[in-house]
Design a protein around this ligand. Structure first.
Ligand SMILES: *[C@@H]1O[C@H](CO)[C@@H](O)[C@H](O)[C@H]1NC(C)=O
Ligand SMILES: *[C@@H]1O[C@H](CO)[C@@H](O)[C@H](O)[C@H]1NC(C)=O
Ligand SMILES: *[C@@H]1O[C@H](CO)[C@@H](O)[C@H](O)[C@H]1NC(C)=O
Length: 265
């Protein structure tokens, strides 16, 4: 019969080795979770590779700058973001899901999602304060997007922006007009895409037409007044020329007189 102490003594070397490698493995794991994760977020391994980075409800006013470059899912919902600056997510080449919902976003700078065109599959911009769609913010982004629960202002610029977006077409059904220009376009409360036949650029075209008309009238008036002036001026000239011609013999005599006078002197 062998004593447990004896057994321990015999196996202590391998036990210590086991313990040591366990500690190393644990510290490696902790290091892996904390070392390259943002200060204001929680990171974990994503089942589809890369990291899942959770920064929800952290009172963030700015997009963290220290996000790990292998972030695949990024949750920035329920924060205080008011704008997405240019190149905010540059370098996150694996990012496939970006949740920016329930913030105070009123603006997306040009190039806000630059660098994500190749990877992004889902973009959540719902429950924000977006009024206008800036196509320059979405350059090349083909993902599905949740654009609902925003106070969209439907006008000619929004209508012009729509065809420039590469977003999954069904996403655009989330653009429900809260206000519109012209106000009488009757698109309020409707998804812009379903407001059939509404051409919000018509009134803009009308005002351009009026401006053109006014400008043309102005030019016309200028040309006419110039013509009148020209004719009047010429009449004056002609009259003076006639008077000159009439007075010509007399003046000629007088000038001959003066020339003889000067030779005498
Ligand atoms: C994150 O850290 C681990 C271990 O420190 C490292 O192996 C991995 O390459 C790092 N990932 C990135 C994206 O820097
Ligand atoms: C992240 O950065 C590290 C070090 O700069 C680099 O080796 C790694 O390839 C990068 N990973 C990705 C997914 O870009
Ligand atoms: C879009 O966002 C709204 C509000 O945040 C949510 O209720 C809805 O389920 C979302 N839609 C999709 C398709 O994810």
């Amino acid at each position: 019969m062998t004593l447990p102490g004896n057994w321990l003594l015999r196996h202590s070397a391998s036990a210590r080795l086991l313990l040591h490698s366990l500690v190393v493995l644990m510290s490696f794991c902790v290091h892996r979770i904390t070392a390259n994760c943002s200060r204001s977020c929680y990171c974990s391994e994503s089942p589809d590779g890369g990291q899942e980075v959770r920064c929800s409800s952290m009172h963030l006013a700015h997009v963290p700058r220290d996000l790990p470059n292998d972030t695949r899912h990024l949750y920035l919902d329920y924060n205080r973001l008011t704008t997405i600056p240019t190149d905010a997510f540059l370098g996150l080449t694996l990012l496939s899901e970006l949740d920016l919902s329930h913030n105070e976003l009123a603006q997306l700078e040009p190039g806000a999602f630059r660098g994500l065109a190749g990877s992004l599959e889902f973009l959540d911009l719902s429950s924000n304060r977006l009024i206008a769609l800036n196509p320059l913010a979405f350059e090349g982004i083909r993902s599905q997007a949740n654009l609902t629960h925003n106070p969209w202002h439907c006008d000619c610029s929004l209508q012009s922006a729509m065809p420039l977006l590469d977003l999954e077409p069904t996403s655009l059904a989330g653009v429900v007009c809260q206000t519109s220009e012209p106000a009488e376009a009757a698109v309020q409360g409707l998804p812009f895409l379903l407001a059939a036949g509404a051409d919000l650029c018509v009134s803009v075209k009308k005002t351009t037409d009026v401006a053109m008309l006014v400008t043309m009238f102005g030019w016309f008036a200028m040309v006419i007044s110039y013509l009148i002036y020209y004719v009047r001026h010429n009449q004056e000239d002609a009259r003076r020329h006639m008077e000159y011609l009439k007075s010509l013999p007399g003046r000629q005599g007088r000038s001959e007189q003066s020339s003889t006078l000067s030779t005498v002197v």
